[in-house]
Each structure stands twice: as C-alpha cells, then as structure tokens.
Design a protein around this ligand. Structure first.
Ligand code: CTP
Ligand SMILES: C[C@](O)(CO)[C@H](O)COP(=O)(O)O
Length: 233
C-alpha cells in the first residue's frame, strides 16, 4: 500500500492594482519596514515547514516583481504571471497553472498578498484545525461591533444582530480539486469560501485575530507597520 500524504501549497494572489490605496504602485509593492509589503507574508509562508511550495499570482503586465531579489526566501517560491481581472480570476488562473504539480487531494492555502501581518501561528492554527475537516476552512474573526443596515442616504434602517457573524480573512484552505471546481462554477465571489459555499458546502471558521488585517486604505499601512514592529517573535 502506498503511504500517500497530501501536500500543502500556498497560492498568493498579487495581481491587484490597489485602487482604494491610491498609490503610484500596486500596494503589494509599497515599502513596509524596508521591504516590499508582499515579502512579509511570503517570508512566513516560505519559512514554515507546513507549506511545501509557495506560488505568487502576478499580473501578466507586472513590472515590479523583477526589480527585487527574492532568493533569500529560498527555493519554495515560484511566480506565476497569470493574474486575471478579479481576485477570483487570479486564484483560478493560479490553480490552473499549477495543475501539473498537484494531486486532487492536496491542500491549497490562498492568502492575500495584501495581508502582510500573517504570523506563523496563524498558519499553524489554520492547518491544525482544518486538517481533519472534510471541506476545508478559513481564518476569520467574530464581529465585535454593533452592525447597522443603511439606506442610500446613509440613514440606519435597522441594527443587524451580530451573533454568529464573522469577518473572513486569509489564508483560506481547501482541497485543490474542490476549490478549482467551485471557482469554475462561481466566478463572482470575493473569497474562496464563498465559492465553496455556493457549491452547498460549509467551510470551518478558525478564529484568527485582528492583526492579520488587509491593507486596503492608506491608514492600514500604518497599522500594519505598527503591528509588525510591536510583534513579539
Ligand atoms: N485582479 C485581481 C485583484 C486582486 N488580487 C489580489 O487579491 C488580494 C485582495 O484584493 P484587494 O485587497 O481588493 O486588492 P486590490 O484589488 O489590489 O485593491 P482594490 O480593490 O482597492 O483595487 C490582493 O492581494 C490583490 O493583489 C488579484 O490577485 N487579482
Ligand atoms: C478574501 C478577503 O480578504 C476576505 O476578507 C477579501 O474578501 C478580499 O477583499 P476584496 O477587497 O473583496 O478583494
């Protein structure tokens, strides 16, 4: 009998333009503590023994990646110049590009390039808690604020009960074949879990924390810098 052990691959969509950030360069290349923003999470993903390979999905028009030396991150890292028009298109393009390197049951951990404060313990907790899940799962945090439903004039219609509401983060961890099929069937989604849900399945929520923020607006870059500076290794 063969002792087949599924591998774990990280897939990092990094083909966005960062329109809400409004910078001169896509936000994944903005400088954060002296390094391109994307390098922070790539370092964590490349360093952990829990991940076999790390694929970065870049725009076909990317002119920034080649300006940096990535060799310090080691041999696990491979850029794929196959990004699409949306995040979901980029992830699907990446999954297709690695099809000859994956088995159906291998795990794929999709992580936003725009979340630079990913810590080793985030990855460890996700992998540990999802390992025995049939469907897969994602890091997320329970909603802490009171939620208001608004009309177009920005007046409150009503308060929405926040019980059972979580904010999705990344990484999101699913089996290669399940994720690819789900994304091929549901392209208008903003995360992988939504595609899996559209297939009628129920991903596991793994509680992360607010430090794994997504850099979306200029203030987020300052928050990310503060988090990384003050993190105890
Ligand atoms: N066509 C796209 C759009 C987004 N992304 C990636 O998906 C992640 C999350 O997306 P978001 O924060 O929305 O990034 P942008 O699309 O770059 O930002 P914006 O929506 O403000 O333009 C980012 O790492 C981004 O690079 C991608 O790979 N391909
Ligand atoms: C995947 C994600 O990071 C979960 O919070 C998020 O949905 C991606 O953000 P976008 O702005 O919708 O691309």
């Amino acid at each position: 009998m063969t002792n087949f052990k599924p591998k774990r691959f990280a897939l990092v969509p990094a083909a966005g333009i960062g329109s809400r950030m409004g910078g001169e360069r896509p936000k994944q290349y903005l400088t954060l503590l002296g390094r391109p923003l994307i390098q922070h999470s790539l370092s964590v993903l490349c360093a952990t023994p829990l991940i076999d390979k790390v694929f970065v999905v870049l725009s076909v028009a990317d002119r920034e990646w080649g300006r940096y030396d990535w060799s310090t991150l080691g041999p696990k890292l491979t850029p794929l110049f196959c990004g699409g028009a949306s995040r979901a298109d980029s992830v699907l393009g990446g999954l297709r590009a690695i099809s000859n390197q994956t088995e159906q049951s291998d795990w794929v951990l999709v992580h936003d390039a725009a979340r630079p404060c990913l810590a080793p313990w985030h990855v460890e907790k996700l992998v540990r808690e999802v390992a025995n899940e049939e469907v897969g799962g994602l890091l997320a945090v329970p909603v802490a604020d009171t939620l208001k439903l608004a009309d177009v004039q920005q007046h409150v219609i009503r308060t929405v009960p926040r019980d059972s509401l979580w904010q999705a983060q990344t990484p999101q961890m699913f089996r290669y074949v399940m994720l690819r099929r789900a994304l091929e069937a549901a392209r208008e989604v903003t995360d992988e879990a939504s595609a899996i849900e559209a297939a009628g399945l129920h991903p596991r929520l793994v509680q992360g924390d607010a430090t794994n923020l997504k850099v979306t607006y200029p203030l987020d870059l300052h928050l990310a810098e503060w988090i990384l500076r003050n993190r105890e290794e």
